[in-house]
Write a protein that binds this ligand. Structure first.
Ligand SMILES: NC(=O)c1ccc[n+]([C@@H]2O[C@H](COP(=O)([O-])OP(=O)(O)OC[C@H]3O[C@@H](n4cnc5c(N)ncnc54)[C@H](O)[C@@H]3O)[C@@H](O)[C@H]2O)c1
Length: 289
């Protein structure tokens, strides 16, 4: 199946949206990035320049290739700047009400049946987002990139209840054209990645809380014994303990089983403001790094 895409609109210029736009441009697509915050757009532009300059220094691409990729990205202070795009990827804040409002607007803006409205959400139901897109519901699909987007190979492709087969097939083709490996999952809480990963991280907090071992030992056992590149508690700091708690809450609420309840120690560290790398302290102290 051909993806039939030449210009990708990205809503949200944060960590994920910025990365998605960069990968799109490096893969030869036009990319238009919109963010509600002008500072976020400026930061994304500066980061694109820095990362592509670094790629030239490291001889991963030529100066001409980097310049051509940068020239393919434009930055739109208004959502209307996405007009003319033939595919949209949403990567805004993980908030159902805010995302639903955006999908309602996108459905009004993009009436062409060929334009997919994809979401990069990690934990929100694609089916619920599609419902907010009314007639455009069959074009709403999950396109779940991983952080950092330029490095991580996977795109989890999520089929909502209403998603059309053709849109799923074109999402797979587009992800491949972006140099990624797409794998399909159905729209159940956490999809596959967070459904399997987050309970493991949560269990590591339980093991620590129960005194089974100290964090260094828990992480060392999982890296050296299970060949994980990073231990679960170190990974929790990287992801953000607040994000881990949020995703466990979603799994617990949606799947309704006690085993998905966030570990009390995880909740307590979040309440203490120890959110991980981003606040300088989580499970570990990162302030001196
Ligand atoms: N960070 C990760 O590791 C990761 C991984 C996979 C998926 N995700 C998902 O990707 C999405 C974005 O996450 P992020 O980490 O990039 O967040 P982020 O906070 O870095 O960026 C979000 C951006 O969205 C903008 N925004 C908020 N509301 C908006 C609106 N209505 N219109 C336009 N822009 C708006 C904000 O100004 C901000 O710049 C979330 O749905 C998240 O669950 C995140």
């Amino acid at each position: 199946m051909e993806h039939g895409v030449s210009r990708i609109g990205v809503v949200g210029a944060g960590q994920m949206g910025g990365g998605i736009a960069q990968v799109a441009a490096v893969s030869g697509f036009g990319a238009v990035v919109h963010d509600a915050s002008a500072e976020a757009l400026d930061r994304a532009k500066a980061l694109h320049e820095k990362l592509l300059n670094r790629a030239v220094e490291k001889e991963r691409m030529t100066r001409d290739e980097a310049d051509a990729a940068l020239a393919r990205i434009s930055y739109a202070p208004s959502l209307d700047g996405l007009a003319g795009c033939d595919w949209v990827v949403e990567a805004i804040v993980e908030d159902l009400a805010v995302k639903r409002e955006l999908f309602g607007r996108l459905a009004q803006m993009f009436t062409d049946d060929r334009v997919a409205l994809a979401s990069n959400t990690s934990s929100i139901s694609i089916t619920a987002l599609a419902a907010a897109a009314n007639d455009a519901a069959p074009r709403v699909v999950g396109m779940h990139f991983f952080n950092p987007v330029p490095v991580m190979k996977l795109v989890e492709v999520i089929r909502g209840v209403q998603t059309a087969d053709e849109i799923v097939a074109r999402t797979v083709a587009l992800a491949e054209a972006m140099g990624k490996t797409p794998l399909k999952a159905n729209d159940r809480a956490g999809f596959v990645s967070n459904r399997v990963l987050m309970p493991m991280i949560n269990e590591a907090f339980r093991a620590w809380m129960e005194g089974v071992a100290e964090p260094e030992a828990i992480d060392g056992i999982m890296t050296l014994g299970c060949n994980h590149p990073m231990g679960p508690l170190r990974l929790a700091d990287f992801i953000g303990l607040d994000t881990c708690e949020h995703i466990m809450n979603v799994l617990h609420r949606e799947l309704g089983e006690a085993r998905f309840a966030p570990c009390p120690l995880l909740r307590q560290l979040v309440a203490a403001g120890r959110l991980g790398d981003k606040t300088g302290r989580g499970v570990y102290d990162h302030s001196k790094r």
